[in-house]
Design a protein around this ligand. Sequence first.
Ligand code: D41
Length: 712
Amino acid sequence: MTSPAFGNPADALARARELRALIERWNHEYYVLDAPTVPDAEYDRAFRELQALEAEHPDAIAADSPTQRVGAAPAAAFGAVRHAIPMLSLNNAFDDDEVLAFDRRARELLGDLLTGDEPLEYCAELKYDGLALSLRYEQGRLVSAATRGDGATGEDVTANVRTIRAIPLRLQGQAPALLEVRGEALLFRADFERLNARQRAAGEREFVNPRNAAAGSLRQLDPAVTAARPLRFLAYGVGELDGGREPDTHSALLEWLLALGLPVGSQHRVLRGAQALLSFYREIQAQRQALPYEIDGVVYKVNRIAWHETLGFVARAPRFALAHKFPAEEAVTDLLDIEIQVGRTGVLTPVARLRPVFVGGTTVSNATLHNEDEIRRKGLLIGDAVVVRRAGDVIPEVLRPVLERRPAQGSGEFASRLRVFEMPRSCPVCGSAVVREEGEAAWRCVGGLYCSAQRKQALLHFAQRRAMDIEGLGERLVDQLVEGGLVRTPADLYRLDAATLAGLERMGEKSAARLIAAIERSRQTTLERFLVALGIRHVGEEVARQLAAEYHDLDPLIAEDWAARQAAKTEVQKENARRRSRAQELLPVPLEGVGPEITDSLQRFFAEPHNRQVIAELREAGVRWDAPRAAQGALLAGASFVLTGTLPTLSREQAAQRIRSHGGSVSASVSRRTTWVLAGEAAGSKLDKARELGVPVIDEPEFLRMIGEEPE
Ligand code: D41
């Protein structure tokens, strides 16, 4: 982390003073009040900036600077406990190079203890994101418990720890006369969710994350409150030990603690060499979200305990261990603006425009805010500093404003810099009215296909893979087609020519020709896909499948009296209820999965003349689907196909669809029963198998001619 360079020592001093005041306040909020106002990453950044400043200007270091101690003094409410052996901190690594340097240094220091270039053995474990605790067992009984505090002195939390069921009051088996166990107190995710639900129900303040909830639960003045909190503990080491023999390796130590009845994380592993550590890191990172508790990295420890002393310490951190941290999942940035996106069905979605920020391993600059209630619930103002979270592959989320960054209300700065978000009273794209329907969170533009935003989204929906599958018709192209007035409805797509397309931005003749070919191919589809493509509200793939299976063709769907159909269905359901109570045989329910919301939507869609017009135009343009069963062409009836390799123009799905629509079937492997193998580029073992069994092999052009289509 870089600090702004302060050439002028007076500026450096002022900045250092400012940072110290900030950090002290955050420490107090975090350690004493259990109510942090900034994410850890923000704290770390300020801390490192102060460290860097003090390194550049040693005269700027004050004896009471937060950099001169670790952690915080114990709260006065709990008795102080001096740790007989200090609880050290861990050095952090944020990238691979730091891990390699750690390994190199350890090997150098161990020198002759290692033979030749044999790799150093480590025990790797998870870095639990909790609160460090020390537990003292005398003659196998729990006698005291203390928090880490500043490493030298912690708080006596014995009464509270005794209420934690995850911590044994008596050890099992051969316990030593004195054993000080060190580990982390934490809350599992599921327990945290339940705890917050309970807090909510009781009208109490919710916790920001499991770690703060764990800290808050442990540092309760009333042990009865701690007892009601589902705290856990995971052991990772030993402090004082008397009257027992410490195992030779850290991995054996963990096994020993487990045998004594202490909870130990299940993921520790013995590894040799730095590359193995890096693989472990990546493996755990991939599993991170699936773990029952939060971790913020992994920890590597030289496995042979006798070598820990040889390696020694730097400041307050041992040289035998290293914490390899994951990228922070939360960061603070500015909410620059809230813009409105209009979706396919006209829903107005507020989207946060953020000052780009690196979080969870990527740069985030936008995040959906869902709807206006969500913005109000979170209390966000445009111009706020906000906490952004991106965990794993989950979409980024704006969690909350950093209230302490907000100037006092009423001051001039407040008025000029911060703005309350207002949902627009008309569509920002087309100017049509917006309505909020009863029981819905979203505002909707009533402009329909008059609204160019909805038109664009409708076209993208029409062309998507699950619908008409027009490859290459992406967002940028649709923008140009709609804005240039070239395309208004999906039917217009079938009137485009290559010359027009080639004139568009980022379009060469080749890509124009490819797109035209893709549009051509999409004419042959299935009723199910066509129904999905129309974008009728509530009609997705599953509903489309049911409708296609029941109606076989579009005209009876258009002609259907959906209200009557729904009424008839309700009658059948009532009749069935009567029959059920009399244990009689039930009648089949028509369109089982198609409820009134869907039939209403179908009724409304097909009643709209514009929609019927577009459907008619699409049919005129040659869009067709597999004919109703009775009249189905039996070109490939009874033929069994196997597809292999990449075909020149058809996707696998498109080829399979054509085979099925002509009465053939597709199977995964070649056997004597296979009629044809349809092979493309880079065909593999299936092709060999076909040759072996003498199954005829055809290519795409042959296939297309077979079903009466013209190859390109
Ligand atoms: O999971 C952890 N948070 C963790 C913390 C761990 N797995 N191992 C640790 N090992 C140590 C040493 C090597 C110094 C005994 C630690 C910590 N320390 C630690 N926790 C809080 C400060 C230091």
